[in-house]
Design a protein around this ligand. Structure first.
Ligand SMILES: [Zn+2]
Ligand SMILES: [Zn+2]
Ligand SMILES: [Zn+2]
Length: 312
């Protein structure tokens, strides 16, 4: 006759739910539906949302259990109220959620910050968009954004000048181009920019035009835009600067050029040439139009405001 095996089965515990537990649960907005996997666990049904979750007996007795379903619903509501799409919790930080910002980028933010956005106390700033904006500002001033500053405060960034020198500069100064390079001595008043119109003849394609800005359109065309052609190739791509207008600062040039592109895309959407057409010959992904837009762009350039002269 074999003895029942008592070594592997857990010690049985009273599976009933005492009345005073149930009263405590009701007082805190729950109902206990059953006992959990062990003597310390209980399953609570939330009277607010009607969904159940497992909790611990001492949490019910000594604290107020928090319904995870209600909490998630609130995070979702907050996201919607803040104009964001809720994507879920941040797996790296219990105090954060993941959201889709209106620009389309995914951001991770503290739940508290979302509440402050809903209250109108602050706004969400997408770091990806911000980075793109700061990179463009640096390019306009002749610098490359490297990243956050190590030695200076949060208002500073680390940049590399065209001469190769690296320096920490206040972002506001980069934006307004009040920057002097400690490496080569070039200071801000010495760096105007040009908005240009270029015409390209690429093998097998109708003429194309490019509108852009640069501190040196000639070098931009020859050393950056035109890809080094294969010397054994019969047909060679060629470019020509049709016009370039000097603008007082790179930042002003950047702003004006952006507006011109937006206007062209609105007025002549059919003349925007997809990048795959010119990709083999031109090292650029946009800002290329069909050649018939040439007179339109030249006319825009003629009407450009070059900016007031820099104060001495
Ligand atoms: Zn609930
Ligand atoms: Zn963004
Ligand atoms: Zn320099």
């Amino acid at each position: 006759m074999t003895q029942p095996d008592t070594t592997t089965t857990p010690a049985p515990f009273a599976a009933t739910i005492p009345d005073h537990w149930q009263r405590m649960a009701r007082a805190k907005g729950y109902r206990i539906t059953r006992r959990g996997a062990d003597r310390y666990r209980i399953v609570l049904l939330c009277e607010c949302c009607g969904l159940g979750h497992t909790s611990k007996r001492n949490v019910l007795m000594d604290h107020t259990p928090v319904c995870p379903h209600c909490v998630r619903a609130r995070w979702q509501e907050d996201a919607t109220a803040a104009g964001l799409e809720w994507l879920g919790r941040d797996p790296h930080d219990p105090k954060r959620g993941r959201y889709r910002a209106p620009c389309g980028h995914e951001v991770s933010r503290q739940f508290e910050l979302i509440k402050r956005i809903v209250a109108g106390a602050c706004a969400l700033r997408c770091e990806t968009c911000q980075r793109t904006k700061e990179e463009a500002e640096a390019t306009a001033a002749g610098w490359t954004l490297l990243g956050p500053a190590h030695e200076r405060g949060v208002n500073y960034r680390r940049y590399r000048h065209d001469c190769g020198h690296e320096q920490e500069i206040a972002r506001v100064n980069m934006r307004t181009e009040r920057v002097s390079c400690a490496g080569c001595g070039v200071c801000w008043s010495a760096s105007p920019s040009f908005i240009y119109c270029m015409r390209f003849k690429l093998p097998g394609l109708r003429p194309l035009v490019k509108l852009g800005f640069s501190r040196n359109p000639e070098s931009r065309m020859n050393w950056q835009l035109l890809r080094t052609p294969d010397l054994f190739e019969q047909a060679q791509p060629s470019g020509q600067i049709l016009r370039s207008i000097q603008i007082r600062t790179g930042h002003l040039a950047l702003c004006q050029e952006k507006k011109m592109h937006a206007a062209l895309r609105r007025s002549h959407p059919g003349s925007v040439v997809p990048a795959e057409h010119y990709g083999p010959w031109l090292n650029v992904k946009s800002e290329i139009y069909a050649g018939d837009l040439e007179p339109v762009i030249l006319d825009m350039l003629d009407r450009l405001d070059p900016g007031a002269p820099a104060p001495d």
